[in-house]
Design a protein around this ligand. Sequence first.
Ligand code: GLN
Length: 285
Amino acid sequence: ENGGDGTPVVRAGMTIRSLFSLVPLEPPELRILLEHALGFSRVKLITHSDHVLTDAEANAVSDVLARRLRGEPVAYITGIREFYGLPFAVTPDVLIPRPETELLVDLALARLPEGGRVVDLGTGSGAIAVAIAAMRPDAQVWATDISGKALDIARKNAASCLKNGQSVRFRQGNWYEALEPGSRFDLIVSNPPYIHSADEHLRKGDLRFEPLSALTDYTDGLSAMDILIDQAPAYLKKGGELLMEHGYNQSGAVRKKLVDKKYLQVQSWKDLAGIERVSGGRLPD
Ligand code: GLN
């Protein structure tokens, strides 16, 4: 039995257990959605699998499942996504943090000198900047975005994820325009929009629900890297480094841009899937 669009009808009187055979979603995903709809913890969902749904619970579950089965990403339904072990609030105004972006955080943490200054350009949910600030109370962390709505979410995430004494300084503006002229950083990091505007993935899966301006530059997917690479020398200290996330097939093009602009130690790093996902270089001392 279903609601006509493939969404199973969830009724009061059904048990939690029965939903796992009824609903055409993978169990881990269904578990997250049920926890959210019912307000149950992971443990409570498992220990109460015989729980019989009330009317209100059945309605809440139905709504959440209908949204997911229409394609909406789980993180936008629950409003939360874990990144670097921290719980980030997300809405459709920001890209959902991806596990591969943790590589960029790892690299930034390894390169940032004690007491150093780092800026995350185009911070979105704030995931990269907040993760760095959480791990490095010694550092001075800045984050920018052109979107005021994104900055509202990023500020909220800094407030909820960071302890006393840790902070991120947020600035609104387009790439480097958000920064004080003459300010210099040890490290500039960014996960810019890098998907080619013609890439069919933009019209598939979770990406359909994410902010287009966070995914694509509306051209070849490399124009944000041009801005980041061209202007970084005006905002980096001597020996400072630029690290950028990019698409699975862009490492060669990004390294070439870095080499052409005389960056040193230009290299790429592989994500957990073995794909060159981050590239960077440093200025001369
Ligand atoms: N990593 C995202 C994806 O391919 C894209 C994010 C971005 O453009 N910065 O799904």
